[in-house]
Design a protein around this ligand. Structure first.
Ligand code: TYD
Ligand code: MG
Length: 460
């Protein structure tokens, strides 16, 4: 008889441990270890030799063709996928519940079916009627999209083998149930085993599979992180649930570049693509106010302009409050220390709030200069001017260092009508002359602050 043994898995990252722990040793999350029974077969007793001979193939002899990719017809999704869906690939779409994963995939189904693909949408969460109602909101659907409400993976596997669709959507992996694995649907072992079955089907039948995975904070169901290593592409759909914009971010991609983003807006008729995110992110920017500076960040291959807002005010408490949304708080503390030490600004007793407007999350150091300028602008109550843009990395001595893709950033700014660009000296040399925009090369934050004093307007 098989011996029963139990192990503990972290429901966040999937780390395995022989005993229970309050904190996951791998991802340091608390209270995420869950017990799973493992059925251990009497493995290793007899080593079976396969009769099959294996033969390596020369790398140069493997043929490839770009046309193999299937365009989804949603340009923002294609961009994040690296140019379309590769047949036989597995794509994980993760995100908070209610962010719009089902909507995005149903829209992708519509476009793919219009391109002659055979689609199968399998939902374990919604009834056929609910999906139909959602589809009606999204518009007309062509022939070729089949729906199935099922959670039993063995039945699904059978159907896939007989039906052979081109593309399958599994919504969501946490509702799927595999008889051969232990645990309830959504548990680490179920989610892993179900994905393994789907992976095997996808590779052997050449079906592309989209898997929806809910990200959960409570750890009651296993998050999509534990299957990131099994799939070819990992996309995360994020954004503020209460605002309408949504950002699709590539985290892993075996067939294209990662860090590419797609921007969408949720409306009453589903998701709408936002092909010019800079314009979108800058809309509603206050004019003539202090504490706001436009920065430029490169997301994947695209330059994106965004607004950095800062509010610096006297602290009412002993320990000043520092808060960041969309930017790294440690970086803000570092920049404030640089401003205090190198420029002699008395920021030590001030509260500071920094926000990247539009819900973007930026980790690129190229936004440093804009954050520093926004902090100083707010501290001095001196607007920097609406037509000014800044980018560059700030070092600990207050020096402004070069960043990549300077020309692309400046061109994007010029396209959107910016007149002045404050940038590191090396970047100014690289960018050369670009029509309609004046480049101001700076060596240190001190120079950048001089620019605010010279070009900044008066507060309203
Ligand atoms: P959904 O795709 O169900 O989210 P997920 O699958 O990630 O859990 O999207 C849910 C939200 O989107 C829901 O709150 C309603 C909203 N929504 C719209 O605003 N407009 C629409 O046309 C649709 C279909 C959904
Ligand atoms: Mg859903």
């Amino acid at each position: 008889m098989a011996k029963q043994k139990s192990v503990f898995f972290c429901s966040e990252c999937g780390a395995e441990s022989a005993k229970w722990m309050g904190q996951c040793p791998a991802c340091h999350a608390w209270n995420t270890m869950v017990e799973q029974e493992l059925a251990v077969s009497e493995r290793g007793k007899s080593v079976r030799r396969s009769d099959r001979a294996v033969k390596p193939q020369l790398l140069s002899e493997i043929s490839l063709s770009e046309e193999d990719r299937v365009q989804t017809g949603i340009a923002e999704l294609d961009r994040v996928l690296g140019g379309g869906v590769v047949p036989g690939s597995m794509i994980l779409v993760g995100g908070d519940p209610g962010i719009g994963k089902s909507t995005l995939l149903l829209q992708a189904c519509r476009e793919l079916a219009a391109r002659g693909q055979k689609l199968l949408y399998i939902s374990g969460e919604e009834s056929l009627k609910q999906i139909r109602m959602r589809a009606d909101r999204l518009g007309n659907f062509p022939e070729g999209v089949s729906l199935l409400c099922e959670t039993d993976l063995s039945l699904i596997a059978e159907l896939l083998r007989s039906n052979k669709p081109d593309i399958v959507v599994i919504d969501s992996i946490q509702t799927m149930y595999n008889e051969e694995a232990s645990g309830t649907p959504g548990s680490v072992s179920q989610v892993r085993e179900s994905t393994a079955v789907l992976l095997q089907l996808s590779k052997s039948l050449g079906i592309s599979v989209f898997i929806v995975g809910h990200v959960t904070k409570e750890g009651t169901v296993a998050g999509p992180r534990i299957l990131e290593h099994m799939v070819d592409t990992v996309l995360y759909f994020e954004g503020d649930r209460h605002a309408s914009y949504r950002i699709l971010r590539g985290v892993k991609n075996r067939f294209g570049s990662t860090n590419e983003i797609g921007v969408f807006e949720m409306g009453s008729e589903g998701l709408r693509e936002v092909s010019n995110p800079s314009e979108y992110l800058l809309s509603g920017r206050p004019e003539g106010e202090s504490g706001t500076v436009t920065a430029c960040s490169i997301e994947g291959t695209r330059p994106i302009l965004l607004e950095v807002q800062a509010l610096v005010c006297k602290s009412g408490f002993g320990i000043p409050r520092r808060q960041a949304s969309g930017a790294d708080l440690n970086r803000i503390n570092l920049l404030m220390a640089v401003l205090e030490k190198r420029l002699g600004l008395q920021l030590g007793q001030c509260d500071a709030y920094v926000n990247i407007a539009g819900g973007m999350r930026i980790v690129e150091p190229a936004v440093d200069l804009a954050i520093a300028m926004a902090l100083v602008s707010s501290f001095l109550n001196l607007p920097v001017g609406d037509r000014l843009l800044a980018f560059g990395e700030v070092g600990l001595s207050g020096e402004v260092r070069g960043v990549n893709a300077a020309e692309q950033r400046v061109s994007e700014a010029a396209k959107l009508g910016y007149e002045i660009c404050v940038l590191p000296r090396v970047c100014a040399q690289r960018a050369g002359q670009i029509k309609g925009i004046k480049l101001i090369a700076v060596d240190s934050v001190r120079d950048a602050i001089e620019v605010i004093k010279k070009h900044g307007g008066k507060e309203k």
